[in-house]
Write a protein that binds this ligand. Sequence first.
Ligand SMILES: [Zn+2]
Length: 497
Amino acid sequence: MAQAQKITPRAKDFSEWYNDVVMQAELADYSPVRGCMVIRPHGYRLWELMQQALDEMFKATGHQNAYFPLFIPMSFLAKEAEHVEGFAKEVALVTHTRLKATGKAGAQAVMPDPESALEEPLVVRPTSETIIYAMFAKWIQSYRDLPLLMNQWCNIVRWEFRTRLFLRTTEFLWQEGHTAHATEAEAEAEARQMLGVYRKFQEDWMAMPVITGRKTDSEKFAGALRTYALEALMQDNKALQAGTSHNLGQNFAKAFNVQYQTAAGGLEYVWNTSWGVSTRMIGGLVMTHSDDNGLVCPPKLAPVQVVIVPIWKSEEEKSQVLGVGGKVKEELARAGVRVELDARDSLKPGAKYFEWEAKGVPLRLEIGPRDVAAGQVMTARRTGGKAPAKVDGLGAVVRKTLDEIQATLFQGAKDRREAHSIRGVTKQQFLEFMKGAGGFAYGGFCGSPECEAEVKQQTGATVRVLPDPEFRSAEAPKTCLWCGKPSVAEAVWAQAY
Ligand SMILES: [Zn+2]
């Protein structure tokens, strides 16, 4: 392993800091393909843990996993007008099926074989509504086939020129849920339910507090009736959209002719929803919790929850501390803890601490000869604080400590978000806030897209959500914070990723 590099402090350059944390934690790396990233084992394990937790929640709410093709006929995208407009500028296209040798040297040695040009080009999925609803049309005949509740875990391609690891890449991993229902009320309940599932995951597992609410028409998903979103505030006071859930209405059902026979014998279009979260959440986790020493990972999602670092000078001490370290590892593994024993000879303990800190391990157990004699270990939390703990009954102590760290991270992030939220802002306060430190600004909104566009152009801020009731201010704003006309809804504004 290469010697760890210094991490740029957050206060100096947040964006550099973010990159340093991701690279040093070995979560991801840049790839030879522009715009694409490589997810390294530590980052992929984190994603697997996220997947596991979410997948269980999806299944508990009645969804089944399936898999649909990576390629979508180009004409499918044209069937829903708003949808094609929303994705046209970022799709990758497959136009040929084979290469041909040219006889030239180097990169020019092969070219697409003109004779293999596809009659209809294929789009690499930017999202799968079109191909999934084409199949739903085949599978749904009667009201007895409803609701149809599916999810797929897959990769997505949306062409990007500016890459930010996990936050913005041409290819990323995600899940997309797709459902069909008999009534609008059922589709609405489903879209809201999945927003709740995402919130539970992001708050309970990622320890990342979120605001939920509805997107304005200019920010909603291309082709949706209504889009709901989860918004989290990062440490640089920019918002991150952490997931979305859409009530698609009958737009796609009409475009793909997904109809069902009602109990009374009539013919109706189904109501659809779709909902997704992606590897972007890893970026959100990093920017919510990490510090100038590297990644801070909530215990529930940490690939390694506990690292044991034995400390020795002589061979005799080495065999003692490794003996105890091995037993502690076994006990913790039995207690269901993801634990590593770092017995490497090549690194001094201090260098090991540094490395595991950068990788975000929540709890370190140090075992030296004196600890062995005292029947104890020294516990050191990634978030600060050291305390001795008896080897006897260590499993329970470690579990409790991990739970405490998880809770502290959530509370800390929530306090930080509230400290950077202002309510009932005037236009002047809003301008100063957005020019200054920034954060979530709650204010009135007249509902006009022109106002939204002007705010964006002048401050870089957008309406993140029209918040759900529990997040709204005690007193509803009366006027739009920008134009002064009557407010139709309170809005949360922020600059965003
Ligand atoms: Zn306005």
